[in-house]
Design a protein around this ligand. Structure first.
Ligand code: DQA
Length: 146
């Protein structure tokens, strides 16, 4: 089966809910994914999820998505700020990308102000906690509908 949305989460996002809740909220990644899954079911869009703490696994998953998904929603975590490899992989697969961050990366430390995902993304949503993912999903639906 092809089409639909692939949601990718990078390093440390498996710890959501426990990790710095004042910054990242109290919802676990599983809860966030369940919310997205039920939104996808409601609108009849296929959705799959992938999380890894390893850059190479993220690259492999992006490559595999090439002929399989219509759009990628990605929170690459800290890799957003320095991974040229992720930037290149997203550019190479040539499908629309929506960048997500829970926190407002521009209101935090200076080393978070640069994103290498942004230049290869159609757009980005940041600073709304778990809501950032839901807003990204709504944008994804509009893009898919064309
Ligand atoms: C993050 C922001 C990154 O700077 C940080 O390294 C993360 C989470 C966010 O969702 O706000 O791991 O991507």
């Amino acid at each position: 089966m092809s089409g639909g949305i692939l949601v990718i989460n990078g390093p440390n996002l498996n710890l959501l809910g426990q990790r710095e809740p004042s910054l990242y909220g109290t919802q676990s990644l599983e809860e966030i994914n369940q919310d997205l899954e039920s939104m996808a079911t409601t609108v009849g869009i296929r959705i799959e999820f992938f999380q890894s703490n390893h850059e190479g696994e993220l690259l492999d998953r992006i490559h595999q998505a090439r002929d399989d998904f219509e759009l990628i929603i990605i929170n690459a975590g800290a890799l957003s700020h320095y991974s040229i490899a992720l930037h290149d992989a997203l550019r190479a697969v040539n499908i629309p990308v929506i960048e997500v961050h829970l926190s407002n990366i521009y209101a935090r430390e200076e080393f978070r102000h640069q994103s290498l995902i942004s230049p290869v993304a159609q757009g980005g949503i940041f600073g709304f906690g778990a809501l950032s993912y839901r807003l990204a999903f709504l944008a994804a639906c509009e893009i898919i509908k064309g």
